[in-house]
Design a protein around this ligand. Structure first.
Ligand SMILES: Nc1ncnc2c1ncn2[C@@H]1O[C@H](COP(=O)(O)OP(=O)(O)OP(=O)(O)O)[C@@H](O)[C@H]1O
Length: 536
């Protein structure tokens, strides 16, 4: 996060442009500063090495530049349009912010009282106090609504600064549907809407309509009203948790008359208990999520289609858990009222403390894979055969024994064959299309290697564990070190067939489903989500 801390200096690895000479006070003889904007030229290949070092979101504006920092330097400081030579020390900046934390510049200072929760204002109405209209000043607004005022002497510089700084905000022609779940997580959704998103949209001039869910079926009914009608919104913004997101995509995809809505970019504000989808789209911080909504970087994301044997209706999902984790979520629902977002931890503790022995979840798993793991596994299998090794329970990549002849019999030539998973006794199994960062614990992530746009399902399993092993696993898990845990296995697959032998529950994006045979298939690059993908 950037700040305007005076002790910071700008990053040298970027080019910069001078926007204007400004004062920080209305006083005509006040000290003058040069206002700079640094940038990465995304069209320029010659700067690759420098750019890789400092790279951030691949978010370029109409100038083909990715803006990085906004800062002031005293006017007297050297030749201002170039970088300082090595011999020259970089001066401290009296004002410096990451471009990431910048929201908008406005003429004059915004009247914030009129910004809150007022979607009927006309664009521009709310920006000026009447007596400020002629002032040669711009107010730079941070995404947390902090303001910095700069005074200009030259009108062209003022206009240039305003145009360039606002060039990333794509507000024209956008009309957002904002849906708020007031009971998500710690019930902060309403506050996030009223105090953060609505003022941000008002400042940036983005049009929106506000809806609040009043029942479990609200989203489905809301979607159904657009059956066979043109959809009037350019974006759908959800203020809630993973469950709300799941409800939206399922309501859209399971109504053939509404499938056209799925092309609409979906943005999220994290108000739920887990917010794994939002966290993995660089939206863990509510202000960052808001900036994403304003600037609108998008990611084509993978999802899964789950077909249960006893149901005609498929479920579309990004996270599927079965076994212990299914049971934890099932029991957590009973605790929602009392423990709110702590209900998952309470439910897990209850299962752990009240069972004498951890339950083993028996399940037959087959998978198809387009990925390297197949050749790794075949090569390794060959080596293992040569070595006379045949350990079941080691990492999957080193221990899968045979491809299922039964399953391959029906395969067409060229189609990937079914492989048998070597394990059938689990503590849990999970399938995810993203890493599943936790909004509660900084390090925790279910599948650290998985990304929304990697074109694969990550199949993760924990072979059956006793209580002591499970505690060891959990301690590694909370530091995202569980990939090295001997009973935890992860692999990239494109389709999975699950046949449970133990009574349990499926936890699909936080919702609970009955135990049943399930087929899980990858739908690559299926949704357009607003946000970015984490590098590591
Ligand atoms: N007004 C409402 N009253 C009762 N239930 C609601 C209402 N609005 C939405 N719901 C239901 O609440 C469920 C959970 O919502 P959501 O995902 O937003 O929050 P959460 O469960 O706290 O967060 P997470 O899914 O991240 O754990 C959804 O399945 C939705 O059907």
């Amino acid at each position: 996060m950037g700040n305007s801390n005076s002790s910071r200096t700008y990053q040298e690895c970027y080019d910069r442009m001078k926007l204007a000479t400004v004062r920080r006070s209305q006083e005509k003889h006040a000290q003058q500063f040069d206002l700079f904007l640094s940038y990465k030229n995304v069209n320029s290949s010659s700067k690759t090495s420098v750019n890789t070092q400092c790279s951030k979101d691949p978010l370029a504006n109409e100038f083909g530049l990715e803006f990085k920092e906004i800062y002031l330097l005293p006017k007297s400081f050297q030749s201002q349009s170039r970088r300082p030579t090595q011999a020259q020390a970089r001066p401290e900046c009296p004002f410096l912010i990451d471009f990431d934390t910048f929201l908008k510049v406005t003429r004059g200072s915004p009247n914030f009282d009129s910004l809150v929760n007022n979607s009927s204002l006309k664009k521009g109405d709310y920006l000026l106090h009447e007596d400020e209209e002629e002032e040669m000043m711009l107010t730079l607004i941070h995404s947390n609504f902090k303001q910095e005022i700069f005074y200009f002497d030259i009108v062209e510089e003022l206009i240039r600064t305003e145009t360039i700084l606002n060039s990333l905000n794509k507000s024209e022609d956008r009309h957002l549907a904002v849906l708020v779940n007031p009971i998500s997580g710690k019930q902060r959704g309403r506050g996030y809407y009223k105090d953060i998103l609505a003022p941000t949209l008002n400042i940036t001039g983005i049009k929106y309509d506000h809806y609040e869910t009043d029942s479990e079926t609200y989203i489905e009914e809301w979607v159904n009203q657009f059956s066979d009608k043109p959809f009037p919104y350019t974006d759908i913004i959800l203020i809630g948790g993973d469950g709300l997101f799941s409800q939206l995509i399922n309501s859209v995809l399971n109504n053939p008359a509404c499938k056209h809505l799925i092309k609409t970019p979906i943005g999220l504000l994290p108000a739920g208990s887990q917010n794994a989808v939002c966290c993995d789209l660089k939206g863990k911080d509510v202000f960052q999520a808001c900036r994403n909504i304003v600037r609108r970087p998008t990611v084509q994301t993978d999802i899964m289609k789950v077909q249960f044997a006893n149901s005609d209706t498929p479920i579309y999902a990004t996270v599927i858990l079965w076994g212990l984790l299914g049971d934890v979520v099932k029991n957590a629902e009973k605790l929602r009222k009392l423990f709110k977002s702590a209900r998952y931890a309470v439910s897990a503790a209850k299962i752990f403390l009240t069972s004498w022995k951890m339950k083993t979840y028996k399940c037959n798993v087959q998978f198809k894979s387009d990925f390297e793991i197949n050749s790794d596994f075949n090569a390794r299998k060959h080596l293992d055969e040569e070595d006379g090794k045949n350990d079941v329970g080691l990492n999957i990549s080193s221990s899968i024994q045979t491809e299922s002849t039964e399953a391959t019999e029906g395969s067409e030539i060229g189609e990937n064959p079914w492989n048998d998973h070597p394990d059938s006794d689990f503590s849990f199994l999970g399938m995810v299309t993203h890493e599943c960062r936790s909004s509660l614990n900084k390090k925790e992530r279910f599948m650290p290697t998985s990304r929304f746009n990697d074109g694969s399902i990550s199949l993760a399993t924990l072979t059956k564990c006793g209580k002591v092993k499970l505690l060891k696993f959990l301690s590694k898990f909370s530091n995202a070190k569980h990939l090295e845990f001997d009973k935890f296995n992860g692999m990239e697959v494109s389709e999975v067939q699950i046949s449970p032998d133990t009574k349990s529950w499926f936890n699909i994006d936080g919702e609970i489903y009955e135990n049943d045979q399930a087929n899980v298939k990858l739908l690559p690059s299926f949704l357009t989500m607003i946000g970015g993908i984490h590098d590591s």
